[in-house]
Design a binder for this molecule. Structure first.
Ligand code: BG6
Length: 485
């Protein structure tokens, strides 16, 4: 802990505590942090949801979530559980909030400092009302300890609604109290992007338009909408994945080296990249994208039978600055793909002249693949002499993989950062708004432009064939080190 003393008490209040996020992500993360001594000694966890539930029933629900996602055992569970309380109520109801405030304040009756982290694991439509109610109830006032708020994605559904939500946020909180979470930033491999780029000297001189042909950022999921179709049908791949996770990855890949690893320095550089991304008109967005929908999607519960929501999307973006002018960044994401696979591929240009022309040999340009998940690691493909009596060349790989046991769930890191007040891995208000500014024209063109066709694809494939053609000649989507059209 950076700023806690023995007299500091921490309470994590989770609104929306009966949901899946709390059970499968927040409870395992908090329990592991507690068990490994990362949290202040005096800490409590208060779950809030509408349903009536006893403390014990809530603790059992959390335990089942922990057991489902981890086989680390349940050492010290009873001690952790004894710090868990459940309050039945609504996050937008003043009386409920007064009751929560009373419960939390009572912990601090011994004069200890009353630090609080509020986690909004709620339906996004409740964010504004909850923040306003917390503000009204004086529960964001920092005179007796810090008050920090974690807000889940999606933050708005377009630029206009994101701005409105930011206005509400800023009417009750300072930006330093706000933690807009994007769980991709908590992934070990995503943080490694920064280490890879800025703790090594050999790649950075090549990391620009002179050497890079294009960049691919792929987040492919084998799962379909998994019973979340009601939400998903309104969001689609652009709002669910592109606006948040993929644009954050783009920002980390393309940003200039920050002067320090501090939150402001880092977020300033990310914001500059997002600002430099070429903003399309709706028709241009249609020309720079491909969308698809998996077969059977329209038959799912909660999906309109005529739904044109895309479950697959590929978009081409350009970063208009000196470093990246003219280099396409291809972002793609899809559900019900052949496999789960997220990676960033930096495709370098071919050598300007090759002296190794043999009848069959064509020099393969260098490729750097940063694998986000699974198989977390880095692959560098380089050209090597083909052994034998002739002068031929063949691509080979240098690889590093993180040992699987060191990869923790990203919520652990992010919760701890929020508790410690470190905002580096959280999205600032301007980043959110700029991201919507980039995505809105795609949303519009996918809804209205005749130029944007919705391609069907079979589940368990790599998405629509049109996405391959979209890359242009002599470019392939990279895929676990092999190529696919
Ligand atoms: C969430 C999306 O933000 O990220 C989901 O809402 C998606 O639709 C999930 O499945 C993917 O996260 P991960 O960590 O499993 O790649």
């Amino acid at each position: 802990m950076t700023d806690s003393t023995e007299r500091d008490r921490l309470t994590v209040v989770i609104f929306g505590a009966s949901g899946d996020l709390t059970r499968r992500k927040l409870a395992p993360a908090l329990y592991h942090l507690y068990r490994t001594g990362a949290l202040p000694q005096m800490c409590h966890f208060v779950g809030v949801a509408r349903s009536e539930m006893s403390d014990d029933a809530f603790r059992d629900a959390l335990m089942s979530g922990v057991k489902e996602v981890s086989d680390d055992g349940l050492d010290g569970w009873d001690e952790f559980a004894s710090r868990v309380t459940y309050v039945s109520g609504s996050s937008i109801d003043d009386d409920s909030l007064a009751e929560i405030d009373r419960v939390v304040s009572e912990y601090c009756a011994d004069g200890s400092k009353d630090n609080r982290l509020y986690y909004l694991a709620l339906a996004p439509s409740l964010y504004a009302g909850t923040l306003e109610a917390l503000g009204r109830g004086g529960m964001l006032d920092e005179s007796s300890g810090f008050r920090r708020v974690v807000i889940e994605k999606p933050f708005g559904t377009d630029l206009k609604s994101a701005r409105e939500l930011n206005d509400v946020v800023h009417s009750v909180l300072g930006e330093s109290q706000v933690f807009r979470i994007d769980h991709y930033l908590g992934k070990e491999t995503v943080q490694n992007l920064m280490v890879f780029r800025f703790a090594n000297t050999i790649f950075e001189p090549l990391w620009n338009r002179n050497y890079v042909d294009h960049v691919q950022i792929s987040v492919m999921e084998s799962l379909d909408t998994e019973g979340r179709a009601g939400y998903y049908d309104k969001a689609g791949v652009l709002r669910d994945m592109m606006q948040s996770h993929l644009l954050q990855l783009l920002a980390l890949v393309a940003m200039e080296p920050p002067a320090t690893s501090g939150a402001d320095a880092l977020r300033n550089e990310k914001a500059k990249v997002l600002q430099a991304v070429r903003k399309y008109e709706s028709d241009e967005a249609a020309e720079n994208s491909v969308r698809g929908q998996y077969a059977g999607y329209r038959e799912e519960d909660g999906v309109a039978s005529s739904s044109s929501t895309a479950t697959y999307g590929a978009i081409r973006l350009y970063v208009n600055n000196w470093r990246w002018q003219g280099v396409p960044f291809f972002l793609r994401s899809g559900k019900a793909m052949a496999e789960k696979e997220s990676e960033i591929a930096v495709q370098f240009r071919p050598p300007p002249h090759t002296i190794f022309e043999t009848r069959n040999a064509e020099v393969t340009p260098n490729l750097l693949q940063i694998s986000i998940q699974p198989h977390e690691g880095v692959h560098l493909t380089f050209e090597n002499k083909k052994p034998g009596t002739r002068m031929g060349t063949a691509p080979e790989k240098l690889e590093y993989h993180f040992p699987p046991q060191v990869i923790r769930d990203s919520y652990e890191r992010l919760l701890l950062d929020a508790i410690e007040g470190d905002q580096s891995l959280f999205t600032r208000s301007d980043e959110i708004e700029m991201s919507w500014q980039i995505i809105d024209p795609f949303v519009e063109s996918w809804q209205t432009s005749l130029k944007s066709q919705l391609y069907p694809y079979e589940k368990g494939t790599h998405g629509p064939a049109a996405a391959g053609e979209f890359l242009g000649t002599a470019r392939n989507w990279h895929h676990h080190g092999s190529d696919q059209k």
